[in-house]
Structures are given as structure tokens and as C-alpha cells.
Design a protein around this ligand. Structure first.
Ligand code: FES
Length: 168
């Protein structure tokens, strides 16, 4: 198929690729830029394993075309921290064992980073606030905000603990 030049800013590095215009951002990241931290679970927007940040907001990279993400700031799990200095959310997932097999973890962490930003920006969740039951509310709200990220090992309780710690 014909290809077009596509320039993507990923983790602060510019990559110009020749892509079939139908290439998803997920495939561009994994197959062309060789950043395999972002995972492909369902490839149809149901599992959240492919979550990345685009201009600070989370998206399912399997559901968007790479060509549409030019000129934006794309962050993957590889860009959140370094081996010597983990992002606070990465460190919290390690501390609280927020995973078992680890396949969903990059998407969970990218999503969780966006959740903190959403809470700080005052973007409401769909959980009705109940100020008399604050700890339970916090868990329910985090679970609701993270509901697009599936963990087949069922590490949800530890994921909630990790996010709660970073949320402060
Ligand atoms: Fe994109 Fe499952 S791989 S949502």
C-alpha cells in the first residue's frame, strides 16, 4: 500500500516514518519506533493495555491513526521515568505490587497518571460524591476512573492502593 511521511513526537524525540495511512498509533509505536512498552491486548478499544498520553490526556493508541497524532506530545511508559528515577506512579505500582503478570501495567500506569491530572483539574468522575464515606468514596472513584483498564490477574486492589498513595 502507498505510504506517507508521518512525524511523531514520542517521549521528546521526533520520529519521521513512512507509514500506510491506516497504521494505528499503537502499531507505529511498537512496530516502527520499536517502543514495545505499550501493549496490544484487544486492538479494538476494550482493554486499555495500549493506553498512552497525548498532550497529557490518555487515549487508546489502538483506536487512533498515527497520522492524526502529528504535532502532538506523545508519552509512553518508557517516557515517564528512567531506570534510575522512576515516575512516582511507577514507584507506587512497584511498592504496592500493582500487577501480577505485568501485561496491562504500562497502560494502567499511563491511565493512572492521567487520572491524577484529571482529579487535580477538577474533572468529575461518574461516582456520586459521598463525603461521609471518604475512604470508600476514594476507592470507588479511582475504580470508576480506571474502569477502562482491564487486569486479567485481578490486581485491582493493589492498583487502587498505588493510585491512592500518589493522589495523596
Ligand atoms: Fe487498545 Fe485493547 S489494545 S484497548
Amino acid at each position: 500500500p502507498p505510504t506517507v511521511p508521518v512525524t511523531l513526537d514520542v517521549n521528546g524525540t521526533s520520529h519521521t516514518l513512512n507509514l500506510d495511512t491506516r497504521t494505528s498509533l499503537l502499531d507505529a509505536l511498537r512496530e516502527h519506533i520499536k517502543l514495545t512498552g505499550t501493549k496490544k491486548g484487544c486492538d479494538q478499544g476494550q482493554c486499555g493495555a495500549c493506553t498512552v498520553l497525548v498532550d497529557g490526556k490518555r487515549i487508546n493508541s489502538c483506536l487512533t491513526l498515527a497520522v492524526m497524532q502529528q504535532g502532538k506530545r506523545i508519552q509512553t511508559v518508557e517516557g515517564l521515568g528512567t531506570p534510575d528515577s522512576l515516575h512516582p506512579m511507577q514507584a507506587a505500582f512497584v511498592k504496592h505490587d500493582g500487577y501480577q503478570c505485568g501485561y496491562c501495567t504500562p497502560g494502567q500506569i499511563c491511565s493512572a497518571v492521567a487520572v491524577i491530572a484529571e482529579i487535580r483539574a477538577g474533572i468529575p468522575s461518574h461516582v456520586t460524591p459521598d463525603l461521609t464515606a471518604k475512604p470508600q468514596l476514594a476507592d470507588a472513584e479511582i475504580r470508576e476512573r480506571m474502569s477502562g483498564n482491564i487486569c486479567r490477574c485481578g490486581a485491582y486492589s493493589n492498583i487502587v492502593e498505588a493510585i491512592t498513595e500518589v493522589a495523596g
